[in-house]
Design a protein around this ligand. Sequence first.
Ligand SMILES: NC(=O)c1ccc[n+]([C@@H]2O[C@H](COP(=O)([O-])OP(=O)(O)OC[C@H]3O[C@@H](n4cnc5c(N)ncnc54)[C@H](O)[C@@H]3O)[C@@H](O)[C@H]2O)c1
Length: 713
Amino acid sequence: MTKKLIEYTVDQEGIGHLVFDNPVEKVNSLSSQFIEEFLTVLNQVEGDSLIRGLILESAKPGVFIAGADIKWLKDLKTREDCYNFARSAHPPFNRLEELKIPTLAAINGICLGGGLEIALACKWRVAADHKSVQMGLPEVKLGVIPGGGGTQRLPALIGLQSALQLSTTGKSLKGSEAQSIGLVDAVLPADNFNQAAKQFLLDKINSNEDISRPWLSDDFQYGINDNEKNPEFRTKMFTMARDMVLKQTKGHMPAPMMVIDSVEKGTMEGFKAGLKAENDAFAEVLCSPEARSMIDLFLMQNAIKKVYGSEDRSIKPAEIKKVGVLGAGLMGSGIAHSAIASGYNVVLKDVSEEALDKGTNSIRGIFARDVERGRMSEEKMNKIMSLLETTTEYDAFKDVDIVIEAVFENLQLKHNVITEVEQYIPYHCVFASNTSSLAITELAKVSNRPENFIGLHYFSPVNRMPLLEMIRGERTLDQTVVTSVAFAHATRKLPIVVNDCYGFYTTRIVAAYIREALQCLNDGATVVDIDGAMEDFGMPVGPITLLDEVGHNVGAHVLSIMKDAYPERFAEDLTRVTVDDDRLGRKNQKGFYVYEKGKKGGVDESTYALFSTRKSLDLMRDDVQERIIMALINEVGFCMGENIVTNYNDAEIGLIFGIGFPPFRGGPLHYVDYRGIDTIVTTLGNLEKQWGVRFKSAPYWIAAMNEKKSFFR
Ligand SMILES: NC(=O)c1ccc[n+]([C@@H]2O[C@H](COP(=O)([O-])OP(=O)(O)OC[C@H]3O[C@@H](n4cnc5c(N)ncnc54)[C@H](O)[C@@H]3O)[C@@H](O)[C@H]2O)c1
């Protein structure tokens, strides 16, 4: 028998208690079973003339209702499914609102999305004075909009500006913040919260408070002050809201705009018209490719959080107490920061005190910004910093459980430090290299314990980039992978585990991306068109800007490794052109763009003349975009076919979080599904005819076409 999600009782004082408690999940969420039970309780309440009031409460600590069950949305396959789903969305909320008795939502913790919409349909809301309380409408983060009346009840209750801000960004509020804008009527002590909430309701009942909702009357006007009721002010406010959304989403996400449209409709034509507009928009947005991609992305991220590192669950992660980091540069200091922030003792080694001071200052700087913003106390920062030990010697590596190497990208130097440090570290210690392009098996050749050897490829800046690409060398044991994956989870990273080759997954893709951008430039495209084309596609920065940011010398070094490893596709290396002119990008203030006092300016037109073989072909932005994206997609096909990437989720998560592939496109395999595998192969064939063998389709794509394969559909 299916276990119940909602309990309903009536107490001796005639107060009905509708208690949310999902017996199998950690959170309460809206699902078809939930709605069915909810409607049954409403029937009971409506038919019971003795009930004096109703409290909606949760028996789950720290959670009221976390929102809709995402799997429920995932199951909507066809347009018809989406429309039917949307059509059935409003009645439960409307019926709750229309009850003839006083109603109260007792919010003890997370109250998001559909959870907040239920609370909004109650007459009053109280929140527990507890840090677990979070209230908001995060639907836009999943590419959808609130579908349970949230776009109308929220502005009707708290005003247009606050509501637009909350519902277009998906931000959530603490209890006290919610009270300050009128979203909750009171914040009550967390101890005996449900009891206090009941007293709140009894007081309201005893004082005969009006339970009508102003927005249900025909003459209701949205707006909580004179400004919000002024038509001119409103017009400006909606324009500003749209401008803000456009700036943030660059027009790629329809959902926040649809939220604004629905709020505006309600404001102009009344609550009921607003609800109808919300319902139509909800049905439409649910079927959008952006929403389908974002919902998949949410599920993929959850799946990645459960990655174990081996099919054999009898292999348990070894305990890591102390971490050694070699190299206190950009990456080493970032890795050390990430480890101490998660409570690990860290010893950081570099060749000079000067390098160590620089690294330590940059670590402290990251925490200091948190202190400045009030996110961390100074005392806590000092406590965390005390976990860090710095040294120019190896002695302190005698008791480390994992070493992460982040010295310069040079095979000989890396071989030297591996040989040196292995004289000190205990035998069980995992050795991880943060190389961005060298093969792990090649690096491990000098190791006397290659089974403990793994690649841990962090991304810069480490404190902001969640991805951790883990590379399994030919001789890496599952035990090493399992321990490293557990370390990744403990330091709040998203681990993907790939097999070994030069550039593994993400670096191969980014190399193809930059390579083709430079080929376009050499064929006559402008820097502005190349970067613009890729920003139009949704990348956070274009490939030329990216090269300026990472440094042309770094790019040239990686491209030369790719050229040796994959000569068919990386034969012509154009990265050297600018390096030979001592153009390194932002780091020496000289790149494809002009830099003044650290600020990026316009394009440095003199760069074009360096490309002596540059043609003047008439390339449109669309051509440029197609070439660069297809170069990237083709390399993904090679990585899949060579079993470097072993599952679809890793292919998507790796590029979204590693190189900024647009999340609303769901990742490269979603993109292949969207275009259709036949189109991908045909397009690659055409590009090969026009631009050469580097576009020759990966055999994986041809096989996928023959099998009529799709990946996420
Ligand atoms: N910069 C990036 O975006 C990025 C991203 C991923 C991976 N990586 C990889 O991380 C590694 C480090 O890159 P980085 O950008 O931090 O370089 P960096 O130049 O900022 O730092 C390298 C540090 O290593 C130190 N070092 C050199 N020899 C050493 C030795 N024998 N013992 C201890 N320390 C030594 C140097 O003094 C320097 O402080 C490289 O392999 C690089 O490919 C870089």
